[in-house]
Write a protein that binds this ligand. Structure first.
Ligand code: UDP
Length: 251
């Protein structure tokens, strides 16, 4: 396998871990390697909320740690790497990686399946992606409000998708992917949270200045104030990080 398709060793990050990709190009090359190898793998996005939850929920930590790829999604996770490992890590956000992988899928002819979000958002994301990449092979899709997971798995397998994107929010999507990973044929599954809402235009992607400065969370708090409860994890996460640092622990 080409050197740049080899997934780097993860860095331990409290109860979780992150994959130190050098760039989006590097992350996409590693996904390509996984697809070529045909081995079953999944990817999750690491952020302060998940780190904090996983610290108190062993089961959640285990299923997140079952992921082959753990992207350093938020500024909080990057800060924790800086504090505990003393190194700067390139952030790889879920939304941007999704866009990069879709572009690569269109070039390579990979088949993708879109699972999750409301029926309108799922349909909107489908249309927007096809408008941008007319040759893209979207071989199946389903909204995220289903009862029978078995039927979804059958449909995904029938589609012979190479990548299954799962947008059910956290931690539901991580639980769903880990719980069904063995029976899904697609080599690569990726949890993408609210990405289809962004792609369909229902939610605005944080402006470039916020993406550059890592303040997407602030943009989200201001534009969707009802999510403030979720952001309560941030100060708790910072306190946890400080405790790890003072104890000289990384994991
Ligand atoms: N969602 C879904 N099924 C569910 C719960 C949520 O498809 O049972 C979708 C929801 O419509 C939204 C996404 O999951 O599109 C969650 O978005 P959010 O931005 O909250 O993701 P997170 O921040 O949790 O990654």
């Amino acid at each position: 396998m080409d050197a740049d398709k080899k997934i780097p060793e993860p860095l331990p990050l409290m109860s979780l871990k992150v994959t130190p990709f050098l760039s989006y190009r590097h992350a996409c090359a590693c996904v390509e390697g996984l697809i070529e190898a045909g081995r079953k793998a999944y990817s999750v996005a690491i952020n302060p909320e998940k780190i904090y939850q996983a610290e108190h929920d062993r089961e959640l930590a285990d299923l997140i740690n079952g992921a082959r790829i753990c992207i350093c999604d938020g500024i909080g996770a990057a800060l924790a790497v800086r504090v505990l490992h003393g190194r700067a890590l390139t952030r790889i956000t879920g939304v941007a990686l999704f866009f990069e992988l879709v572009k690569k899928a269109a070039e390579k002819g990979w088949k993708i399946y879109l699972l999750g979000a409301s029926p309108e958002s799922n349909q909107g994301a489908y249309e927007a992606l096809l408008a941008k990449h007319p040759g893209l092979k979207i071989v199946g899709r389903h909204d995220g409000y289903f009862e029978d997971s078995g039927k979804i798995v059958e449909d995904v397998n029938r589609s012979r998708a190479d990548i299954l994107f799962v947008a059910l929010g956290s931690p539901k999507q991580e639980q769903w992917i880990a719980g069904h990973r063995e029976v899904i044929d697609a080599p690569f599954c990726m949890g993408v949270g609210g990405t289809f809402d962004v792609v369909s235009g229902r939610v605005k992607w944080a402006p470039a200045v916020c993406r550059k400065t890592g303040t997407e969370w602030l943009y989200r708090l201001v534009s969707e104030p009802k999510r403030w409860r979720r952001q309560l994890a941030l100060p708790k996460f910072l306190w946890l990080l400080l405790r790890y640092k003072l104890a000289g622990k990384k994991k």
